[in-house]
Design a protein around this ligand. Structure first.
Ligand code: BMA
Length: 730
């Protein structure tokens, strides 16, 4: 794979050899190689066109050049209900490969739709095909789902929309980008890894992953689980960040690649889009690789991605949309033959957005795009993860060679330090493990909050355009879900499967309903409510609570009542000048108010229950604030059988107490595998209960001896309550 030769998140570990299973298959006269389906909705029926890919043994005897066969395809609707079709076919065995078709008509009310995560269940059905000849009875069973998918690119005031409509419902795509499950392709189908990553996506309300074009077409298990969890897949073809050749033998090779992969993957309802390449149009347009304006590169580009890939894929799969490049201008590209115009337009298609110079907490920088399919910031993984890759404690400090060598983004460590420093004072390091752990912690906070703010910016513009026609954003796929080694990267889950703070935050910022602030450069605070729910809510209440750093109880509260939350929309419910509001709230003078407080937003329905995660406004950079010292203690309670258990492994209850406002409370349990119900949270209450969901058998004693807790104030003040627990690293 392209990424075998290093990437800005990975090592150069080129691999060689056969990396998937090899089977020896015996046959009499025929073999079913594959069965594919094209499932179309036509009024009140689903029309399944089944294609059976047969391989024949070519007979040497003239008179045996035909075989008669009986073909039957059966859809298993339920245990006692089958819908089938049969046909008698005579095959001409002078051809080695023969495709035959059979259709099944399914009344739409007989089967249930397959829905993306968050919109309904993921109903899946088996379809069995049998081919019977005089000498063989051959079977093949596949799994299918019933859903329609459209990539809607319709004229808006300016430009075109760009969103997915599934079963007629416009879906805001929430999710991330998937890099190879392992840097060693042969290890890329490990069930533990794949299940954990996809389940972690599902648990954080993601409904889409983009399988990025520098890796591999993933394993069967990956696509099966995506079908089961309702994770829609944006499937790139494996072309990324390079100019590719277009000589005949290369094109022939690509043609095989397309054929094999479309046939292998097209039955998966989770795949909603095929895309030609990652950033190759952008590279050509932006002259990333010194191609200049040479015509040959443009011609090669069209030859490979349009004339071959697009045409071939559309022929093999007429049901799914195809996009030539990401980022790109979608359907608009056809008008200029796919190259030569900036592919990052906010009025068309999708955008990738990265900026490591500006403060990630500044919401005003983010593009009002139709769809942001990549955006991100780096952080370091947990110290417990890093420790698996170093030989001794001497590598575990911010200035070590290890830290330099693991960073594969040019200037990555400098960018990260700069980005953190906009918001936090980075403590002077005395090269201790503890200082490194503090730096890691700050890097994860900075990543998590920046990504929260950026993702919410995209969600806020779901239903509005600005004066130049930008907005109507319908997708936010951050870069990147997973990792391939222990290194700083954009991931939200590290290579050991640990959730970084970002992944915990994703659970909140991707929630079906959010209440979210937007602070303009002119200090105007707007508050949005964004709903992906397909129903309307009335009589809701939004409250702003203002806390100053001196007291754990809110000093001011303001409510907005009788709010109507429209179905599948973002609405702005109020706008006002923030500093004036804070002065009014008793936070001090105009100059000092912003430094001295933090505000929390909550949203409740008419029964008073929270319907969105509590969200925060940081009026000023936290480095300017006088963060209070919080003494947080944690008690781990006996194994309870708690509601909402995630697995067969034990859940534990943690009771946290604090004597002051505690920011970014972060829990870790060394090498015990599992995750918390929340992490990286603020405490504005004296007591809080958290659940630890173990992913393996463990005991309360082990948890007690491994628990490590950090709060923002700890890294600036001597801690009292906890040992650092780094002795377990080696
Ligand atoms: C995007 C991706 C990757 C890369 C990431 C972070 O452009 O397509 O090439 O890893 O940025 O730099």
């Amino acid at each position: 794979m392209q990424a075998s030769f290093s990437w800005d998140w990975g090592p150069a570990f080129p691999s060689v050899g056969i990396w998937r299973n090899v089977e020896l298959v015996s046959m009499n006269d025929l073999l079913i190689n594959d069965v594919t389906t094209d499932i179309r909705k036509e009024k009140n029926i689903w029309n399944i066109l089944v294609t059976i890919f047969l391989e024949t043994i070519q007979s040497k005897k003239e008179n045996l050049s035909t075989i008669s066969c009986h073909v039957a395809s059966i859809l298993h609707v339920s245990q006692n209900e089958l819908i089938s079709n049969t046909s008698e076919i005579t095959l001409d065995t002078s051809e080695k490969y023969i495709n035959i078709n059979i259709s099944i008509i399914v009344p739409a009310d007989v089967v249930e739709n397959w829905w993306p995560n968050g919109y309904g269940k993921q109903h899946l059905y088996h379809l069995t095909t049998t081919v019977t000849t005089a000498n063989s009875v051959l079977h093949k069973r596949i799994r299918v789902g019933f859903r329609t998918v459209e990539l809607v690119e319709e004229p808006l005031e300016k430009g075109l929309s760009f969103y997915f409509r599934v079963n007629g419902v416009p879906i805001f795509a929430k999710g991330s980008n998937f890099i190879p499950a392992s840097v060693f392709p042969e290890l890329g189908s490990k069930e533990d890894t794949i299940r954990h990553l996809l389940l972690s996506a599902k648990e954080t309300h993601m409904n889409m992953l983009r399988i990025w074009g520098g890796g591999v077409y993933e394993s069967k298990l990956f696509y099966d689980l995506a079908d089961e969890y309702g994770i829609m897949l944006w499937q790139d073809f494996m072309f990324a960040c390079a100019m590719y050749p277009t000589n005949d033998s290369f094109l022939k090779n690509v043609e095989q690649e397309i054929l094999q992969n479309v046939i292998r993957l097209k039955n998966h309802p989770s795949i909603v889009l095929w895309a030609g390449n990652n950033e190759n149009e952008a590279a050509l347009y932006g002259n990333w690789y010194g191609t200049g304006s040479a015509q040959i590169y443009k011609e090669d580009y069209v030859k490979l991605y349009v004339n071959l890939l697009k045409r071939k894929v559309e022929k093999l799969d007429s049901v799914r949309p195809f996009l030539v490049s990401s980022p790109g201008n979608g359907a608009y590209e056809e008008t200029y033959n796919y190259t030569g115009i900036n592919p990052y337009s906010n009025l068309y298609g999708d955008v990738h957005y990265y900026n490591y110079i500006r403060n990630g907490w500044d919401i005003t920088q983010y593009p009002r795009t139709r769809f942001c399919s990549e955006y991100g910031f780096q952080s370091w993984p947990s110290i417990y993860t890093i420790a698996t890759a170093v030989e001794s404690a001497k590598d575990l400090h911010v200035n070590s060679d290890f830290v330099k060598h693991r960073q594969h983004l040019s200037f990555g460590n400098q960018y990260m330090r700069l980005l953190i420093s906009y918001n936090f004072v980075i403590p002077q390091s005395n090269n201790s493990i503890r200082d490194f752990a503090s730096y890691i912690y700050l890097s994860q906070i900075n990543q998590a909050v920046s990504m929260r703010i950026q993702t919410e910016a995209y969600r806020q513009t779901k239903s509005e355009v600005n004066s130049i026609g930008e907005g109507m954003t319908m997708g936010a796929l951050y870069w990147q879900l997973n990792d391939v080694w222990q290194a700083p990267s954009w991931s939200s889950i590290d290579v050991e499967g640990r959730w970084k703070m970002l992944h915990y935050y994703a659970k909140d910022f991707f929630a079906p309903i959010i209440v979210t602030p937007h602070l303009s450069i002119s200090n105007e605070l707007s508050i949005y409510i964004v709903s992906d729910r397909l129903y309307k809510l009335t009589n809701c209440t939004m409250e702003i609570h203002v806390y100053n750093w001196r007291s754990i109880t809110s000093v001011f509260a303001k409510s907005f009542n009788d709010i109507i939350i429209e179905s599948n929309k973002a609405i702005r419910i109020t706008s006002f000048l923030l500093d004036e509001f804070l002065v009014q709230a008793g936070c001090g003078s105009l100059e000092s108010a912003k430094r001295s407080c933090i505000a929390a937003l909550s949203l409740t329905d008419k029964s008073g229950s929270l319907i969105a995660p509590v969200n925060y406004i940081y009026p000023d950079a936290l480095k300017n604030a006088d963060i209070p010292i919080a003494n947080v203690t944690v008690k781990i309670e006996e194994n309870h059988s708690l509601p909402g258990k995630l697995s067969n492994y034990p859940d534990f209850k943690l009771v946290l107490s604090t004597d002051n406002i505690a920011l970014f409370v972060w829990l870790e349990v060394g090498n015990i595998r599992g995750r918390f119900s929340e992490n990286g949270f603020h405490m504005f209450e004296r007591k809080k209960e958290i659940i630890f969901h173990a992913y393996e058998g463990t005991t309360i004693e082990l948890l007690r001896s491994n628990i490590r807790l950090a709060t923002l104030s700890d890294i600036y003040n001597a801690r009292s309550n906890f040992d650092d627990n780094f002795d377990i690293l080696f």
